[in-house]
Design a protein around this ligand. Sequence first.
Ligand code: FNR
Length: 333
Amino acid sequence: MDYSNKKICGPMVRCSTLAFRLLALEYGADLVYSEEIIDYKMINAKRNYNELFKTIDFTVDGTEKPLFQTSEKEKGKVIFQIGTNNADRALKACKLVENDVAGIDVNMGCPKEFSVQGGMGAALLKKPDQVKEILTTLVNGLSIPVTCKIRCLHTLEETLELCKLIESCGVKAIAVHGRFQEERSRMPNHDDFIREITKTVQIPIIANGGSNDIKNDEDIEKFRVNCNASSVMVARAAMWNSSIFRKEGTLPLDDVIKRFLQISIEVDNYFFSTKYAVQQMLHEELSSVRGAAVLGSLAGEEIYQIFGMLDQYNDLQQRKEDFFRFSALKRKT
Ligand code: FNR
């Protein structure tokens, strides 16, 4: 696995499902990250192959929605992002997916209270010993590459020190979101910090934080050049319209939403995950009649009807019913 010269679809809680990742790959992303999955939840998940949809589902007993889902179609291209504050637990969780994913990424940038108070995400930026322990445990214990995703610290010196420490742990790349922990996404990104990091460490740097100015593939390249980075990770701009990864140009939003709904059928995406992603795609028109209808929808058929795809949705329900009937029959005989 090489992290240079890659266009990457970044991790986004609730959005970066298998269906969304397959969409981004189809449009030209080279690598796709899962949403952050917390280690203590993951260690309780069981791996199942879903014969009907040909997906690999990691689900915790008693829950309906898989914690993590992948498939042959994203093999070699999906990075599993872990949220952790504990090296041994992180390793235990990552071991479960080691043979199904291309790499592991440790989230060291999440500023949300839940993460930081739990000693995870951005809380790790100020805990070099813990960073070292987590990363070296994962690097030594796993057969796949390990990376991490950070935010910038308040001074360039501190940020460079952190990156040197991370590099010394044997990770294969660092994704850098060019903002400080308390800075919101509408604020300018510190591209200058990312530029300096690329001059200080040898491993590939993945520039992140440029979505406010990214509308198409050319903008992704501009951001990469401006940061002097090896690769670019795009999160929000990809969530709003994944076809920004297309070399041939960004597609109209309706085409993208319909393709997403089609893929969601193919992998049986969980309804609320489908709804959340469509809501994000429609972020600029949520007050329209259509936007309000999506917001108010309580079942898959409502969203599929809004986009004129009810037949495809009903076919899916029929396939599921047939499959379960056939499986029950097989068990009896
Ligand atoms: C995020 N981000 C994020 N980061 C991360 O490391 N793990 C995660 O699970 C999430 N989840 C998440 C959800 C949503 C809805 C958003 C908008 C963002 C942060 C994200 O990956 C990225 O670092 C920032 O959005 C900045 O990059 P862009 O959006 O400017 O490309």
